[in-house]
Design a binder for this molecule. Structure first.
Ligand code: FES
Ligand code: FES
Length: 176
């Protein structure tokens, strides 16, 4: 996932590269990509507007809600706060790269099974924060999961089902 990510795009709706711009090259969901963007653009804008990857959401736009969370070199970051130029030469993973309908990641499967998704707006960010946690701590306690997800706000489910889903996914991934 995804097979549809283009290898090279630019930020202009007309298809013309921006006159004032920089070229960034990075690995997006496992594939090398390139884009020419204006220097003030954020990673979130590049993902959504240049590469049509709309899993990362814009909630607050100022680093408060976590809806835009993606992985940058395996660490969870708020894509609304990362300038596009900062991802040059690095690796970005969005929810589209975590898993897809034909091969859901265990976290995605357990979010469904534990009813941790309602409107789904916060879900991509939750999943990527959880993925970053399990990468550095494969056996987190409830408290550690809560801490890792503290920057991701959910208006729908409450957090009990989300924490349970992360614990269940961790158990499955560890073969416990
Ligand atoms: S949109 Fe990035 S933290 Fe809210
Ligand atoms: S499921 Fe709706 S905001 Fe979390």
């Amino acid at each position: 996932m995804p097979s549809s990510v283009p290898a090279s795009r630019d930020s202009s709706p007309s298809g013309e590269p921006p006159a004032e711009g920089l070229t960034i090259r990075f690995v997006l969901n496992g594939r090398p990509v390139e884009a020419r963007v204006e220097p003030h653009r954020t990673l979130l804008w590049v993902l959504r507007e240049v590469f049509d990857l709309v899993g990362a959401k814009e909630g607050c736009g100022v680093g408060e809600c976590g809806a835009c969370t993606v992985l940058l070199d395996g660490e969870a970051v708020n894509a609304c706060l990362v300038l596009a130029g900062k991802v040059d030469g690095r690796e970005v993973t969005t929810v589209e790269g975590l898993g897809g309908p034909e091969a859901l990641h265990p976290l995605q499967q357990w979010f469904i099974r534990k009813h941790a998704v309602q409107c789904g707006y916060c879900t991509p960010g939750m999943l990527l924060s959880a993925a970053a946690l399990l990468r550095r701590n494969p056996d987190p306690t409830r408290e550690e999961i809560r801490e890792a997800l503290a920057g991701n706000l959910c208006r729908c489910t409450g957090y009990v089902q989300i924490v349970e889903a992360v614990r269940a996914a961790a158990r499955e991934m560890a073969g416990r």
